[in-house]
Ligand binder design. Structure first.
Ligand code: S3P
Length: 438
């Protein structure tokens, strides 16, 4: 991998591409497959670094993972987790480590979890707090709330947990632990977060109750239920599709189609927001795949206008604010993004890094504690952006560079492979000028 990648102003982009497999669903397919009895056949699996770390982790817990071709893999579960031999290194993956901690807490095993420098900075008590309430024990190896941590599992009792943070990772960790806890585990969320765990558990034969409560949901399951291996077809990741689609919207004369994009309404807040900004975004060939609605999404170059993004939409597009901010730089007027404090505890502090990167590219940004505003106008570019190893910060700035006056360079490009291996090749195939640089 080169030291840097540089994106330059590009001619109109055109073509049809396939989105890589959804990262959230790929993690869950491997983890549930390992917890299940029997064989789980996965197709369309994302083969990004985050997922490869989860695949190694479930093998360490006793499952067999056999790669059978591109995106095709067979997981043979043992109906539970066995004692792993060494430390479970989840790399860069917050979803991987938090879901695995929840699953491991349910079994009588002691597991030390660790991750890369970015993952070691991210809060873990949001998950270990409720798991401790169920009876799991935690031994923080260096400091509280941060990896590495040893999880001592087994003997859990159910919890009735009311979430203060809208987070599918927390909800999922509790539900996975709840599968092996005595009693009925319930998670109540004020704003609904992505529901892939609930949907997939049902596909593995688990009875999951979902009730609407106000604007949110209450999800519950009875402990002691067994999972049975099944087939999982992973749909295309809307969070990854966002990058070629964003490029289509901002590079003059472009028309880009991404095929097989998951359209789960708890994931499509960005598309809704882009439409409100005046984006020419259309969906064709709607169909069901792997229990989710998918479609082919086409973005044509559009004259965008700034909007106020409703804060209650945040959970349905939390990973998409960086790329939204990149497109907002080309809009007429201000795009106001509030209620997104969670962005500060992702792979990096994404509010701070987007504000810094866009400002370095000549875009006016106002940063707040829990949000930021991007003022559209001419985008100069001409900067080298520090990504702190965050894949989405890198891809957002590269997309910006395709329509900026001067080139935009990002550091640590190897990290893009955590969620979007083949990003540069896919974008180049559409006509984007993205190349290695020193
Ligand atoms: C994810 C949930 C989100 C998201 C992450 C994937 C998941 O995190 O940012 O990339 O697969 O459950 P939170 O649930 O913590 O908001």
């Amino acid at each position: 991998m080169p030291a840097h990648l540089t994106a330059r102003r590009s001619p109109p982009l055109s073509g049809r591409v396939r989105a890589p497999g959804d990262k959230s669903i790929s993690h869950r397919a491997l983890i549930l497959g390992a917890m299940a009895t029997g064989v789980t056949e996965i197709e369309g699996l994302l083969e990004g670094d985050d997922i490869l770390a989860t695949a190694r982790a479930v093998e360490a817990f006793g499952a067999t993972v056999e790669r059978q071709g591109e995106g095709r893999c067979r997981v043979t579960g043992q109906g539970g987790f066995r004692q792993p031999a060494g430390v479970i290194d989840c790399g860069n993956a917050g979803t991987g480590v938090r879901l695995l901690m929840g699953a491991a807490a349910g079994y009588a095993v002691t597991t030390t979890f660790d991750g890369d420098a970015s993952l070691r900075k991210r809060p873990m008590k949001r998950v270990t707090g409720p798991l401790a309430g169920m009876g799991a024990r935690f031994d923080w190896q260096t400091m509280e709330d941060r990896l590495p941590v040893a999880v001592i599992g087994g003997g859990l009792t159910a919890i009735d947990y009311v979430q203060t943070v809208a987070s599918a990772q927390i909800k999922s960790a509790i539900l996975l632990a709840g599968l092996n806890a005595g009693g009925v585990t319930t998670v109540t969320e004020a704003e609904p977060s992505r529901d892939h765990t609930e949907r997939m558990l049902t596909a593995f034969g688990v009875e999951v109750g979902v009730l609407p409560v106000g604007d949110g949901r209450r999800v519950s399951l009875q402990g002691g239920q067994c999972l049975t291996g099944t087939a999982v077809a992973v749909p295309g990741d809307p969070s990854s599709a966002a990058f070629p689609l964003a490029a289509g919207l901002i590079v003059p004369g472009s028309e880009v189609t991404v095929e097989g994009v998951m359209l789960n309404p708890l994931r499509t807040g960005l598309f809704e927001t882009w439409r409100e900004m005046g984006a020419d975004l259309t969906v064709s060939n709607r169909r069901m795949a792997g229990g989710e609605e998918v479609g082919d999404v086409t973005a044509r170059h559009s004259k965008l206008k700034g909007v106020i993004v409703p804060p209650e939409r945040a959970a349905s597009m939390i990973d998409e604010y960086p790329v939204l901010a990149a497109t907002a730089a080309f809009a007429d007027g201000a795009t106001v993004m509030r209620g997104v404090g969670e962005m500060r505890v992702k792979e990096s502090d994404r509010i701070a890094l987007m504000a810094a990167g866009l400002t370095a590219c000549g875009v006016r940004v106002e940063e707040e504690a829990e949000g930021f505003t991007v003022f559209g106008g001419p985008v100069r570019g001409g900067a080298t952006v520090t990504t702190h190893g965050d894949h989405r910060i890198a891809m957002s700035h590269l997309v910006l560079g395709l329509a900026a006056d001067q080139a935009v360079t990002v550091d640590e490009p190897a990290m893009i492979a955590t969620s979007f291996p083949g990003f540069v090749e896919l974008m180049s195939g559409l006509g984007a000028d993205i190349a290695a640089s020193e």
